[in-house]
Design a protein around this ligand. Sequence first.
Ligand code: HEM
Length: 282
Amino acid sequence: MTDLVIDLSHRDSVRVADKALKTAARLWFLVAVIGQWIFVYYVMFFYGAAAAQGDSEALRQIPGDSAGNFAMAMHLILAVIIMVGGPLQLVLGAIISGDGPRQLTPQIQTRVRSVHYWNGRIYLLTAVATSIAGLYMIWTRGTVGGAVGEIGISLDAVLIIICAAMVLRYALAREIVTHRRWALRLFMVVSAVWFFRVGLWLWVFLTGGIGVDFKTFTGPFLTFLFFAQYLLPLAVLELYIRTQDRAGAFGKFAMAAGLFVLTAFMGVGIFAAATMSWLPRL
Ligand code: HEM
């Protein structure tokens, strides 16, 4: 009898811990999507206004470099598509796997599947094309931050291409659990440029920008961030996946608490980036 009571209360606490972890992950995702869409808003209006006014300097158009100019324009257009389509794709995937509203009619289920299928193909293609355009710009024009920045973001491009290939591979093999994991990894590496901005402005907000030289866009903190922009989110994701799979109630509560704290910092970073960098430029 006591064994049964202990067993039941143990199962109850694991169930509550599962729920806490799911809630923390959903809140993290919601805040990240809101932050990404504020960035999308800035990109559309800032570069849209520059295009309307023919401001080629703001659009990074270099006279005579038509391939580089084309890559930059494509990069910006595709970036917007990715940052809108990526979160949508994860939500559609969750609905198909039964992790969304329960009472969906079979017709709606079929619809969701078909949008997931098409949006997924567009998402994978745009992620790879944006990365190739980015690589082309980096290695023909260079970018801010010097060699360390160029190597850091180039590695991100390679990771995006690898993750996109794995997402497609496991979708075609119908191995949905593995497909989902690679889709989450892809979301993290695709979001690296956004994490970079949120991380940078969070740091400026908290410390005033220790280890950042804004004139040369170099410094110890930036060296860290050029790699942490994707390695840190990937590491937290792996920890989350392992906790979800194997941890007991305590581990799940700890992970949920950690995610709440990270979400709070991310929220401050979004606020700082939006008010100190994106919105003032519009
Ligand atoms: C796939 C996700 C990516 C998204 C959503 C994205 C988004 C953007 C955006 C919005 C800008 C404009 C900068 C701003 O106004 O803040 C930009 C610029 C740029 N991006 Fe990306 N990007 C991505 C991946 C990459 C990758 C993988 C590379 C390099 C391999 C790259 C290289 C560049 C370069 C060189 C610029 C121009 C920066 C400059 O003016 O020097 N991007 N990107």
